[in-house]
Design a binder for this molecule. Structure first.
Ligand SMILES: CC(C)(COP(=O)(O)OP(=O)(O)OC[C@H]1O[C@@H](n2cnc3c(N)ncnc32)[C@H](O)[C@@H]1OP(=O)(O)O)[C@@H](O)C(=O)NCCC(=O)NCCS
Length: 294
């Protein structure tokens, strides 16, 4: 690592209280995001490792964090890492600090034997030099299936302690929502995203499966994620929620829903990028569920 006058480079667990405060301060100042809301759920992802430059006062000047993001891709488990919280304070940009932390994080991922590294960005050109390639994402649109079985349902609130504890338990033991592409574990980011999505509904179906969904303004049904040991059929989900929507949009590959929608390209401004040695990429259309974004 090259020397940087007045700065020191450190890497270590994101969950270390001093590191967590400093990295959260950087995210607050650069993105106006309060990552410390995660403290109510027990803190950040325990697998997170920060690669960062600090000034003499302990202020985090530049950071990128790597965390375990095990994935299922085309039915196989992929030992993947995610990169998040990448930023440099405006006062220190253009001097190579981001390159330093990216190179350190990628060297770590390679040394730890990760088969793939994944990130989400609105500036994909920044990552091509590190061999990241963009992956197209799709949503799946179609008509609502009927004739499902209605099971009991109750609404959960992520801000309520008992509901958050139940959610965490189900998240830790979940089955991937799709066989084509889905995280095996993404507990902290699900809880964080759920807090930040005010119109997200979390309905507990049959006491063991959470349906994460939104009601579209046009009478449609947007299915964002399913958290449970089994993935129910879409027809059973709609019957249990007692809704007959005008249309359905599923935000992940629906291969486990006993329903087929038309794949529609594009999921917004953020580009999903993947870096692998073996040229791994999902064979069929897919998307990272919005609740798993990081
Ligand atoms: C993007 C950001 C981290 C870059 O920080 P920086 O300190 O300017 O980066 P560096 O000086 O280390 O530049 C590394 C390289 O990236 C290039 N680069 C920097 N910003 C870029 C951009 N927006 N698009 C494309 N390339 C960019 C630089 O030219 C440099 O190239 P070089 O190695 O060939 O000289 C910083 O501008 C930032 O924090 N922006 C706001 C938050 C953000 O966008 N984070 C990334 C989210 S995925």
């Amino acid at each position: 690592m090259p020397g940087r006058r007045g700065l020191s480079f450190r890497s270590g667990p994101v969950a270390n209280p001093v590191t967590w405060r400093a990295v959260a301060g950087l995210l607050e100042d650069v993105f106006e995001i309060d990552a410390t809301v995660l403290d109510q759920f027990g803190g950040p992802d325990p697998t997170g490792v920060s690669f960062a430059w600090f000034d003499a006062a302990g202020t985090c000047i530049a950071n990128i964090s790597a965390f375990d993001l095990p994935l299922v891709m085309d039915g196989a488990v992929v030992h993947a890492a995610g990169l998040q919280s990448g930023a440099v304070r405006p006062s220190h940009r253009g001097r190579g600090l981001y390159r330093d932390v990216m190179e350190a994080a990628l060297a770590h991922c390679d040394a730890e034997g990760f088969e793939a590294v994944v990130l989400l960005t609105d500036t994909p050109e920044l990552y091509a030099r590190y061999r990241f390639e963009p992956l197209a994402q799709h949503r799946f649109a179609g008509a609502a299936p009927t004739g499902g079985r209605a099971l009991p349902v109750r609404r959960l609130e992520v801000g309520r302690k008992a509901d958050a504890a139940l959610l965490r338990r189900l998240l830790d033991g979940r089955r991937p929502v799709s066989d084509r592409f889905a995280p095996l574990r993404q507990t902290e980011m699900f809880l964080f995203n759920a807090l930040l999505m005010p119109d997200l509904r979390l309905d507990l179906m049959d006491e063991d499966t959470v349906i994460a969904w939104q009601a579209g303004q046009d009478g449609g049904f947007d299915l964002l994620d399913i958290v449970g040991g089994e993935i129910p059929d879409l027809a059973d989900i709609l019957a249990s929620l007692r809704i007959a929507p005008a249309r359905v949009l599923v935000h992940f590959a629906p291969d486990r829903l006993a329903w087929a929608g038309k794949a529609v390209a594009g999921t917004g401004d953020m580009v999903l990028m993947l870096r692998t040695k073996r040229g791994l990429r999902p064979a069929k259309p897919f998307a990272l569920p919005p609740t798993a974004e990081f």
